[in-house]
Design a protein around this ligand. Structure first.
Ligand SMILES: Nc1nc2c(c(=O)[nH]1)N[C@H]1C(S)=C(S)[C@@H](COP(=O)(O)O)O[C@H]1N2
Ligand SMILES: [Mo]
Length: 403
C-alpha cells in the first residue's frame, strides 16, 4: 500500500491514540521483554497443526441424521481470502464416503465414440491447471430471505469458501472420448450413497470445468470429494459433484432431484426457475459482524469478503448510515476472477448506533441488489440464490446484531 508521509503520520497517530493502553510506558518495560528466558519448544511433527490457542471451528445445525447437512465456514475468524481446507464449508446428502483412490474409476460414456474408464493415476498424468476459485452453496444466506434468524456471519453467510483447486480440464478429457453429434448435456454422478447427480450443459463442460484432485496444495479433503470432484467456476456448489465416478454424455438434462425439487427457485407467479447455475455478485462485512462486541469507541479496520460468479470484483462500497451514503473500500490485490476478494476500510466508531453494509460491483457491471430489490423480483418462495446487501447493526455499546 502506498500512502503519503503526511497521511501515514496521521494514521499512525490515530492508531496510537486508539490503542493507547497497549503502548509501552517506559524504557524499563521494553528491557523486561528481553529479560524473559526462552523455553525449549516441542519437537517437529510430520503434519501441521494449528496453535492450541486458535479456536475457530465450522458450525453445524443438528439434524436427525448426522450424515446429512451443512457445516459453515467461520468467516468472522478468517483473514485474507483463502479458506483453510480444515475450515472449508461442507454440504453432504448421505455422508462422506471413504474412497481408496487405488480402486476409484471415472467412467465417461453415453454419446461418445470411445468410452473410457480412467484410474486416478491416469487422470493425474494428464496436463493439469490450478485456479483459485470461490465455492458457494446455492442455499447460502437463504435465511436472509425471510425472518433473519442467523445471529452471526458464519451462520448467515458461511456456506462459501475459497481454495486453490488443481485438476485436469474436463474439456481435454471430453475431446479425447469424441463427443457425438447431437449431444448437448453431461450428467455427472457422485459415488456417495445417494449417487448425487447433476446435468451440465455441454458448452460449459467444454469451457472451463475442472476435474479437481487437489485443494490448497495437497489432495482434496474427503469432505470436499476425495479423490475427484467437479469444480465449475462461478456456478452453484451443488453442481460441483463430489466423489465423481461417472460422466454420461446425453442429448437432454436428467431432471435429477437436486435440479428440480431442490436448488430451483419458485417465483411469485407460482412458476419455478430451474438451472440457476451462475452465482451473482455478493459481499458481506465480516468485522464488525453479528455477535461481535467492539471494546469501545475508536479506530478499527472494517473488513469483509466479496465475490462474483461472473468474474472479478471491481468495487466494494461501504455504508455506515444504513445506505444513505457510500464510500469505496480498498480491495486486496490481486483480484482474481471468481475468487473471494478481501476488502478493508479504516473506520472510526464514535459510540453511536450505526447500520453498516457492503455493496459489491463485479467486472460485468452487475451491482449487488438491496434485499428489497431482490424480493421485488423474486418474492420469498425460494430459499436459494440470495445475494442481497447485508446490514449489521452496531449498537452504541459496541455490540453487533443482525438486522
Ligand atoms: N456427490 C455429491 N456431490 C455434492 C454434494 C453431495 O452431497 N454429494 N453436495 C453438493 C452441494 S449442495 C454443495 S453446496 C457442494 C459442497 O461442497 P463442499 O462440501 O466441498 O463445500 O458439493 C456438492 N456436491
Ligand atoms: Mo449446496
Amino acid at each position: 500500500m502506498r500512502i503519503s508521509g503526511r497521511s501515514s503520520r496521521r494514521r499512525m497517530l490515530g492508531f496510537g491514540a486508539a490503542l493507547g493502553g497497549g503502548l509501552l510506558a517506559s524504557a524499563t518495560e521494553s528491557r523486561a521483554v528481553d529479560g524473559v528466558p526462552g523455553q525449549l519448544g516441542i519437537p517437529l511433527g510430520p503434519y501441521g497443526e494449528r496453535s492450541p490457542f486458535e479456536k475457530a471451528v465450522r458450525w453445524r445445525r443438528d439434524t436427525k441424521t448426522p450424515e446429512t447437512g451443512s457445516s459453515f465456514t467461520p468467516l468472522q475468524d478468517s483473514v485474507g481470502a483463502i479458506t483453510p481446507s480444515s475450515l472449508h464449508y461442507e454440504r453432504h446428502h448421505t455422508g462422506i464416503p471413504t474412497i481408496d483412490p487405488a480402486g476409484h474409476r471415472l467412467v465417461i460414456h453415453g454419446m461418445v465414440d470411445r468410452p473410457l474408464s480412467l484410474t486416478m493415476a491416469e487422470i493425474r498424468r494428464l496436463p493439469s491447471v490450478s485456479r483459485t476459485l470461490v465455492l458457494e452453496c446455492g442455499g447460502n444466506s437463504g435465511s436472509e430471505w425471510a425472518v433473519k434468524t442467523a445471529p452471526d456471519v458464519q451462520r448467515s453467510h458461511g456456506l462459501v469458501s475459497c481454495s486453490e483447486w488443481t485438476g485436469v480440464p474436463l474439456s481435454l478429457v471430453l475431446k479425447e472420448v469424441g463427443i457425438q453429434r447431437g449431444a448437448s448435456w453431461v450428467i455427472a454422478e457422485g459415488a456417495d450413497a445417494c449417487r448425487m447427480a447433476r446435468s451440465i450443459p455441454l458448452a460449459k463442460a467444454l469451457d472451463n470445468i475442472l476435474l479437481a484432485y487437489g485443494q490448497n496444495g495437497e489432495a482434496l479433503r474427503p469432505a470436499q470429494g476425495y479423490p475427484l470432484r467437479l469444480i465449475i467456476p462461478g456456478w452453484e456448489g451443488n453442481a460441483c459433484v463430489k466423489w465423481l465416478h461417472r460422466l454420461k454424455v446425453t442429448d437432454q438434462p436428467y431432471m435429477t432431484r437436486d435440479e428440480t425439487s431442490k436448488y430451483s427457485d419458485l417465483m411469485p407467479d407460482g412458476k419455478a426457475r430451474i438451472f440457476t447455475f451462475q452465482m451473482e455478485a455478493k459481499s458481506v462485512i465480516t468485522f464488525p459482524s453479528g455477535g461481535q462486541t467492539l471494546s469501545g469507541p475508536g479506530l478499527y479496520e472494517l473488513t469483509g469478503l466479496a465475490w462474483s460468479g461472473r468474474g472479478r470484483i471491481e468495487r466494494v462500497e461501504i455504508t455506515t448510515d444504513g445506505g444513505r451514503t457510500w464510500v469505496d473500500a480498498q480491495l486486496q490485490e490481486p483480484r482474481l476472477p471468481i475468487a473471494l476478494t478481501r476488502f478493508r476500510l479504516p473506520w472510526r466508531f464514535e459510540g453511536r448506533e450505526e447500520l453498516i453494509a457492503s455493496r459489491a460491483t463485479d467486472e460485468s457491471g452487475y451491482v449487488q441488489p438491496s434485499r428489497e430489490a431482490l424480493i421485488e423480483v423474486r418474492g420469498t418462495n425460494s430459499g436459494y440464490h440470495y445475494n442481497g446487501i447485508k446490514l449489521w447493526r452496531v449498537q452504541a455499546d459496541g455490540t453487533v446484531t443482525n438486522v
